[in-house]
Design a protein around this ligand. Structure first.
Ligand SMILES: *[C@@H]1O[C@H](CO)[C@@H](O)[C@H](O)[C@H]1NC(C)=O
Ligand SMILES: *[C@@H]1O[C@H](CO)[C@@H](O)[C@H](O)[C@H]1NC(C)=O
Length: 194
């Protein structure tokens, strides 16, 4: 008799435990993370794309595309302009001429980050408007020693067709007006993306 009573009690205890645990499950926090298969985001084969374009950095004239936005007090006493920061919204074209086909904009900041040489920290988004790239962006973050023939900077990510992008950009000065600072820079960008 006592035995079956103990048995009944333990059944009851288990039933209650189940009931409360299902209540607890219902009150769980919203889900924060989950594993996904790449296919569920439509990601299939990774591809490698090469883009070549020219960035027009106009510092002079009535319509500059790059402007000074900040300057440390000592920047004008530094031979390398250390402490100067510029903001750019530069046209990107398919060829080196300004009238060449517009393929996007290079928007970002470049700061003079080297105390001894002309060395920039580049923080740029390339916002494309051409064909299947229209609306997609690539983000570049790197060091630009402007007097070096070819400067390499990492592509750290992208959006649109460039989701999950990674790669590098090589910048080569095409023309530079030493007096005004106006420059046309050739970019060769190599990116993996889906
Ligand atoms: C450098 O800039 C400061 C302001 O930031 C100004 O007071 C000073 O006169 C400038 N010096 C020269 C040599 O242009
Ligand atoms: C790019 O997309 C925008 C917005 O969808 C559209 O207005 C524009 O005409 C497109 N540009 C080109 C060159 O296709």
């Amino acid at each position: 008799m006592a035995k079956s009573k103990t048995f009944m009690l333990s059944i009851l205890r288990i039933a209650l435990a189940l009931l409360f645990s299902s209540f607890a499950a219902a009150e769980e926090e919203p889900r924060f993370d989950r594993n996904l298969s790449p296919k569920s985001l439509g990601l299939r084969k990774e591809k490698l794309t090469h883009l070549r374009f020219y960035m027009h950095d106009v510092m002079s004239g009535p319509k500059p595309t790059a402007v000074k936005i900040a300057e440390a007090q000592m920047a004008n006493t530094s031979s390398s302009f250390f402490g100067l920061l510029d903001m750019a919204d530069d046209p990107l074209t398919a060829g080196p001429e300004p009238e060449s086909k517009l393929v996007g904009k290079g928007q970002g900041m470049f700061g003079f980050a080297d105390q001894n040489e002309l060395g920039l920290v580049m923080l740029f988004n390339f916002a494309f408007t051409e064909g299947k790239y229209n609306g997609s962006t690539l983000s570049m973050l790197g060091r630009n020693m402007v007097l070096t023939a070819v400067r390499e900077m990492p592509i750290v990510g992208g959006s649109g067709v460039f989701r999950f992008a990674r790669g590098y950009a090589q910048a080569k000065t095409h023309t530079l007006d030493a007096k005004t600072g106006d420059a046309v820079v050739e970019f060769n960008v190599y990116v993996f993306h889906y």
